[in-house]
Design a protein. Structure first.
Length: 112
């Protein structure tokens, strides 16, 4: 019983810590993407952001602890996940990404 309570408290602590680090605040101005190396949708997102010279931080959800914690904290179920300021875009909804970027001085045009 004691070890189950300890484990539950530990998981709660990890969850809260991950949420604090990875969930965007209302005043956030960062652009962060959660991806994997082999995902074709992630590759396209990377190309589109690079074509627009849009600076972003990228976390690989398969290879890095930060990526795994962020994926968990954002309650993601698939990749890619884009965090643009306070907005979270799940999947490859390029229209939503294009709408969110101008607020931060960027335009996203799909790569040719």
């Amino acid at each position: 019983m004691g070890s189950a309570l300890f484990l539950a408290l530990l998981l709660l602590g990890v969850d809260r810590c991950a949420a604090l680090i990875h969930r965007p605040s209302e005043t956030s101005t960062q652009i962060v993407i959660y991806t994997t190396e082999r995902c074709p949708y992630c590759k396209k997102l990377r190309r589109d952001l690079a074509a627009g010279a849009i600076p972003c931080k990228e976390y690989d959800v398969e290879k890095t602890l930060q990526g795994q914690l962020g994926f968990w904290a954002l309650r993601a179920r698939g990749i890619p996940v884009s965090v643009i300021g306070p907005k979270i875009v799940y999947g490859t909804r390029i229209e939503e990404i294009q709408k969110a970027l101008p607020d931060f001085g960027h335009l996203c045009r799909p790569a040719e």
